[in-house]
Design a protein around this ligand. Sequence first.
Ligand SMILES: C[S@@+](CC[C@H](N)C(=O)[O-])C[C@H]1O[C@@H](n2cnc3c(N)ncnc32)[C@H](O)[C@@H]1O
Length: 264
Amino acid sequence: MEKNPQNAPDAALTDFGFRQVPTAEKQALVRDVFDTVAARYDLMNDLMSGGLHRVWKRRLVEILFLRRSPAHVGLHMVDIAGGTGDIAFRAARAARRLGTPLTVQVIDANTEMLRVGAKRLRDAPDTLPVGFITGNGEHLPLADNSVDIYTIAFGIRNVTHRADALREAWRVLKPGGRFVCLEFSHMPSALLTRAYDAYSFRVIPPLGGLVTGDGDPYQYLVESIRKFPRAEAFADEVGDAGFARVAIERLSGGVAALHSGWKV
Ligand SMILES: C[S@@+](CC[C@H](N)C(=O)[O-])C[C@H]1O[C@@H](n2cnc3c(N)ncnc32)[C@H](O)[C@@H]1O
């Protein structure tokens, strides 16, 4: 099985895009990235992906298996690295359509991203049972076996110790709980990869510079995507954390992937 040095807890250096940085410094560097982009984060997602991130997020919510709840037993979901709340809002609305009581807690390390999310919640046309708190996905401020659904979208790539975050996911989920992770991935086709690389490296950082005033966070984005493990290797990591029936669903030819599993 492919192991990533990122998961060695005492490694002195770790990846920050293509750079190696002291492990203890990565989280602050990631925080700076999201401080810089928070105000324009949602707009940039649409511009960069041509709106595709919306399709991927819709699919994530579809595979949560939100169920109609005959006993009116509510479900509790946490969206880790939930940023500006996209996944939480979508899940809350999907559950409402099904008639399932669902509460969603967004936990993110970056207060700027959460501030934008909280404003979106206030400005929403409907009242949503969503809350925002600051927290680190590697040490969740949640009790063991307390959560029905754990999601993380475009967040796991940014954490310093991925294995710790996955272990935390397993710890906080109840037996029978659902784990779903959406992340950028790698396309199996070499030809498409070349085209995608050209687009990513030539278009995205300059576009980020134009829209947010700083292209560096988007240079980090494209580099960090290349450093993230391939879908099969990441599925092994999810399995190593204890999840059962780990599944991979490639999206848009492998540009992104959903990894899911169950705590049994
Ligand atoms: C690319 S954004 C994703 C936001 C949102 N999930 C979405 O899909 O639009 C990544 C988020 O991960 C958060 N993040 C990075 N490292 C984290 C950590 N260790 N714990 C919690 N959140 C983290 C960042 O602050 C940022 O808001």
